[in-house]
Design a protein around this ligand. Structure first.
Ligand SMILES: *[C@@H]1O[C@H](CO)[C@@H](O)[C@H](O)[C@H]1NC(C)=O
Ligand SMILES: *[C@@H]1O[C@H](CO)[C@@H](O)[C@H](O)[C@H]1NC(C)=O
Ligand SMILES: *[C@@H]1O[C@H](CO)[C@@H](O)[C@H](O)[C@H]1NC(C)=O
Ligand SMILES: *[C@@H]1O[C@H](CO)[C@@H](O)[C@H](O)[C@H]1NC(C)=O
Ligand SMILES: *[C@@H]1O[C@H](CO)[C@@H](O)[C@H](O)[C@H]1NC(C)=O
Ligand SMILES: *[C@@H]1O[C@H](CO)[C@@H](O)[C@H](O)[C@H]1NC(C)=O
Ligand SMILES: *[C@@H]1O[C@H](CO)[C@@H](O)[C@H](O)[C@H]1NC(C)=O
Length: 462
């Protein structure tokens, strides 16, 4: 009896441990910075964060080597640029696996292979229909090498959906639903892989902060709930709403049970003056709350999938100073490039809130009231700055008139000054049409009026 009982438990635990999906929270290890710690130092930092998984955006051999003999699971990526060629050639898929996976497995615990990153959002249309054929070839190569523990998928953003509100109305875009999403879901369902989803409640909130309550986006709402009129499911946060809209969209295509893996989620800890809600307080609040939710035992799931384990990665390990776009893009890190924490966080979900230092109060949850100018950044490369100046001046009709000789902004006659005027002038003219104060990192926003003497700099008011 005793023996039978312990055998029973042994089998029970064996079957649970092999079949169970773990609720660990991992971290995305992006490399778009020129000041980041080495892979070896990064392994230590990932461990200190309590992360049990890491996702990288390529198959960098130094990183794969650095994670050897650790218990951290690794997700690697086939770059978007290789998808078409791999989709056309089993030989190329085989050689990719032979050079990027085989040398590191199994000492490096590679567990997922993502074929492309947000391909539908960021890459030319010709690549879209090649994703699933490339995925199939990659899986076939993995099987040839007996690498059956590695699940294959691709990562997708929320722009795959045509509608996401109410969540029960979630629908994939009609241009991709049948030709791309359906075969993808079929593959994921058949191979028991995951739909890798990038979910950022920050973006819908920023687009409409008047209708969406900030606390609802930060998992902090105590009294605000939303009940979906069709499903009657009640939501207490925006994250669940977004994830469930994908669940409902999958259901419409006939795949209600494909598991979701949060490939990226997070909140920026800083941004530009004209951006709102990007601060340490909100970033810490969002990330701590999402970790608490996703590591809870028993699993919480979402209203449409109560009790489901949702494995995940937070974006990102570091603030990456070379990411293009608005300032928020360079400030999603849990860590500064020097390895210090931006705020206290424990991805294992075990540290009590009292372990963390008090957070600085948020000062930009409302739009900035006042004028903003766009200046050349100190230390900008002169050659690059000079081409950016020409570009800014060539966009409008009179953008740069005041910096011509004899005009009020000609003096001081320096590249820095002229570029600053041109950037401010360009930005004030084109911001509404989508123009940004970025210029490949050569420009920066300021709330301090640079105008001098008779020279008035054009400004932006939000
Ligand atoms: C894809 O294959 C074509 C034809 O062999 C080759 O010219 C091209 O460089 C390859 N693209 C990449 C990204 O390797
Ligand atoms: C549901 O989504 C469709 C687009 O797919 C949209 O036209 C419609 O307004 C949405 N329904 C609601 C109630 O928002
Ligand atoms: C998805 O996979 C499950 C489990 O293997 C299977 O029962 C189901 O028929 C599959 N769904 C579709 C639409 O193929
Ligand atoms: C929810 O509570 C907050 C503060 O506790 C309060 O300011 C807000 O008005 C409440 N909202 C609703 C919809 O009751
Ligand atoms: C790391 O960088 C941050 C941001 O620049 C700075 O505030 C912090 O003091 C630095 N920490 C160390 C140990 O240098
Ligand atoms: C400055 O920018 C130019 C053109 O953008 C580039 O070719 C050059 O390498 C840069 N110089 C430095 C020192 O970064
Ligand atoms: C430049 O001026 C012309 C004529 O006044 C006008 O049609 C055109 O739209 C202007 N272009 C820009 C970019 O402002």
């Amino acid at each position: 009896m005793g023996l039978l009982l312990s055998l029973y438990f042994l089998f029970f635990f064996l079957s649970v441990s092999s079949g169970e999906i773990s609720n660990f929270v991992g971290v995305n290890y992006g490399l778009l910075g020129n000041n980041l710690p080495s892979p070896k130092q990064s392994v230590k930092l990932v461990q200190s964060l309590g992360a049990k998984r890491v996702k990288i955006y390529d198959a960098n051999p130094d990183i794969l080597n650095a994670f050897k003999d650790t218990n951290i699971q690794v997700s690697v990526m086939v770059p978007n640029e290789l998808i078409i060629n791999i989709s056309n050639s089993q030989k190329l898929a085989d050689s990719w696996i032979e050079s990027n996976v085989v040398p590191f497995y199994s000492k490096t615990k590679i567990r997922h292979l993502l074929v492309g990153n947000e391909v539908i959002s960021s890459s030319p249309k010709e690549i879209w229909p090649r994703i699933v054929p490339a995925i199939r070839k990659i899986r076939s190569s993995l099987r040839t090498h007996n690498l059956n523990k590695i699940k294959v998928s691709t990562s997708m953003a929320m722009d795959m959906l045509e509608s996401s509100f109410p969540p029960s109305n979630g629908t994939f875009r009609s241009d991709i639903a049948d030709p791309i999403v359906k075969p993808l879901l079929q593959f994921l369902n058949r191979t028991k892989s995951f739909y890798f989803l990038d979910v950022y409640p920050y973006f819908p909130w920023v687009a409409d902060p008047k209708s969406i309550n900030l606390d609802y986006a930060l998992f902090e709402s105590r009294n605000i709930t939303y009940t979906d009129p069709v499903s009657s499911l009640t939501y207490t946060n925006l994250f669940d709403q977004m994830v469930d809209s994908v669940v409902f969209a999958m259901k419409i295509l006939g795949y209600p049970d494909v598991r979701i893996f949060i490939a990226e989620t997070g909140w920026p800890n800083a941004g530009d003056i004209d951006q709102i809600g990007a601060n340490i307080y909100n970033a810490a609040t969002y990330n701590r709350n999402v970790v608490k939710k996703l590591t809870a035992k028993p699993a919480i799931g979402t209203p449409a999938r109560p009790g489901w384990v949702v494995p995940s990665f937070i974006f990102a390990l570091y603030n990456e100073n070379q990411k293009p776009g608005p300032g928020t893009e360079r400030h999603f890190g849990l860590l500064y490039p020097n390895g210090s924490y931006v705020y206290g966080i424990d991805l294992s979900g075990k540290a009590p809130a009292s372990d963390f230092e008090p957070l600085p109060k948020p000062d930009n949850n409302e739009p900035y009231k006042g004028k903003i100018w766009c200046m050349a950044a100190g230390g900008a490369n002169a050659t690059a700055l000079s081409s950016a100046l020409s570009y800014a001046c060539s966009q409008g009709n009179k953008t740069c008139d005041p910096i011509q000789p004899g005009k009020p902004c000609f003096k001081p006659d320096s590249l820095f000054w002229h570029a600053s005027y041109a950037f401010s002038s360009y930005w004030s003219q084109f911001r509404k049409a989508g123009g940004s104060c970025y210029f490949n990192g050569l420009a920066t926003q300021t709330a301090k009026d640079p105008s001098f003497g008779h020279c008035k700099f054009p400004s932006v008011t939000l």
